[in-house]
Design a protein around this ligand. Structure first.
Ligand SMILES: Cc1cc2nc3c(=O)[nH]c(=O)nc-3n(C[C@H](O)[C@H](O)[C@H](O)COP(=O)(O)OP(=O)(O)OC[C@H]3O[C@@H](n4cnc5c(N)ncnc54)[C@H](O)[C@@H]3O)c2cc1C
Length: 444
């Protein structure tokens, strides 16, 4: 597998809070040659959601994960089950693909959140759910102005009325930090991604799918109408193959993917449980999941056990030095926004890879010129809902049936390659610098 970050980016996170709440399952490695209807490469939310639909439809399904299922971003994210998945604005989607496609995209965003809620209910998965929708906090007066201006557009896009609040409302909402107001959209909820993944994996196995860990796919080739997936201990022959490797994809698995995706680091810190008195001192007592209006956004939430989760993007290299610098920056930003908690211990800190696409929209559909191969990836750091949903919708494609829910046609368009080939992450430094500059300029 040829990957574009340092080896350290592909190591198991040492201090990921979710792993303390539920031990990841470690299914055995595949041994010997096998035949299956559908081989799924990657055991995160995308792969497992595809597996569940396919197994329920009576297909023989085999999931391979290079490490263990849930080892990738699905086992280490912030647990925001929310709208999103593309970095294009609604108006930009309308310009590029048409107003109907924009409407279908927004419908898919909503359907994605509902999809996860239904899965949790139908499979009795207790994932420590909390938060009534999602709250955006204004990081500057300019951003607050933009929020007020966006109300009608938001209403039209999602068919709900956002609740807009001013800086003076923050204490009464239990959201007292250094913000200029904000807006709550009553769609979405927060969950423990480790527990969601664990419950989903059990359901997938109950449905009859075989799941193997420690089984990297190292080669894929077409033999007649079938695919041969090579692993260390045997060849898996499949009628169809699904690529669900997102930010942990490789340049050569399959070679079609080369330079079509850009992994980006996202990092999270989690505090020790914050006591009621400490919460009252800061004035942050709300269970809302929040993010701020920066381009280089922070995402944060008080979890049911009183721990505070705080995350952001921005790491450029996976080296001990750059990780230490990033952790220090996250800690500093946390203290600036929530100053009463500046002495609270951080007990957990970890990073993972999300996946950007050049067109800033996910790809989900048949892989061009490779009959029988399908892929879904590129959720731009919002794959808890969208990755789950598109995994399930990709299974519809594999089954050759109409998608069971909104799924705009532009998601099937082949993703263009990034410039700079395997050195493309060099594009991130100037992008981050420009974003940081714009974030500072929006302070009227
Ligand atoms: C720190 C962080 C915070 C995030 N926060 C949020 C959030 O709050 N809300 C949200 O919506 N999204 C969030 N995301 C993004 C979200 O987690 C991802 O979009 C989503 O989990 C992607 O799921 P996936 O199944 O497509 O990929 P992954 O979960 O990354 O799984 C890919 C799997 O593929 C396996 N694999 C790779 N290559 C091979 C191979 N050759 N053979 C076999 N297996 C292979 C890997 O081992 C891995 O387990 C966050 C991500 C990170 C890293």
């Amino acid at each position: 597998m040829t990957r574009i970050y340092e080896d350290r980016a592909y190591q198991t996170p040492q201090a990921c809070w979710w792993r303390d709440t539920v031990a990841p399952a470690h299914p055995p490695a595949m041994q010997g040659d096998k035949h299956t209807d559908v081989a799924i490469i990657g055991g995160g939310f995308t792969g497992l959601n595809a597996a569940l639909v396919l197994a329920d439809a009576g297909r023989q399904v085999t999931v391979l994960d290079a490490e263990h299922p849930g080892w990738g971003a699905s086992g280490r994210n912030g647990g925001f089950c929310c709208l999103g998945g593309s970095k294009l604005s609604g108006p930009r989607i309308a310009t590029l693909f048409g107003a109907d496609q924009r409407a279908e995209w927004h419908a898919a965003e909503r359907a994605a959140v509902d999809h996860v809620a239904t899965l949790l209910a139908d499979h009795a998965i207790d994932a420590d759910v909390h938060s009534e929708g999602e709250t955006m906090m204004a990081h500057s007066p300019g951003a607050m102005h933009d929020i007020r201006e966006s109300i009608e557009d938001t209403r039209q896009s999602y068919g709900v009325t956002p609740h807009v609040f001013e800086a003076s409302d923050l204490p009464s909402l239990g959201l007292n930090g250094r913000f200029y107001g904000g807006m709550t959209l009553p769609i979405g909820f927060a969950l423990n991604p480790g527990k969601y993944h664990d419950g989903l994996l059990k359901s997938v196995m109950r449905a009859g799918a075989e799941v193997f860990g420690q089984t990297p796919a190292t080669r894929m080739r077409q033999r007649g109408s079938k695919w041969e997936v090579t692993t260390a201990n045997g060849i898996l022959t499949a009628e169809r193959v699904v690529i669900a490797t997102n930010g942990y994809s490789s340049e050569d698995m399959p070679t079609w993917l080369r330079a079509r995706y850009l992994p980006v680091q996202s990092s999270i810190i989690v505090t020790r449980p914050i006591t009621d008195a400490e919460q009252a001192a800061q004035g942050w007592t709300s269970a809302q999941m929040c993010y701020d209006s920066r381009r280089l956004l922070h995402y944060f939430r008080l979890m049911p056990d009183g721990r505070f989760l705080f995350g952001m993007r921005g790491g450029l290299r996976a080296t001990p030095r750059s990780e230490a610098a990033l952790n220090a920056r996250i800690r500093k930003n946390f203290e600036q926004l929530l100053p009463e908690w500046r002495t609270i211990d951080i007990t957990h800190a970890w990073s993972g890879l999300v996946c950007l696409m050049r067109r800033l929209t996910p790809f989900s559909g048949p892989v061009p010129d490779r009959p029988g191969m399908f892929a879904s990836l590129g959720y731009h750091g919002n794959g808890v809902a969208m990755g789950s949903y598109l995994g399930a919708r990709l299974a519809d494609c594999v089954l050759d049936r109409p998608t069971r829910g909104p799924c705009p046609a532009f998601l099937h368009q082949p993703p263009p390659r990034f410039p700079l080939g395997r050195y493309r992450r060099a594009l991130l430094a100037p992008t981050y610098a420009a974003a940081a500059l714009l974030d500072r300029q929006r302070r009227f």
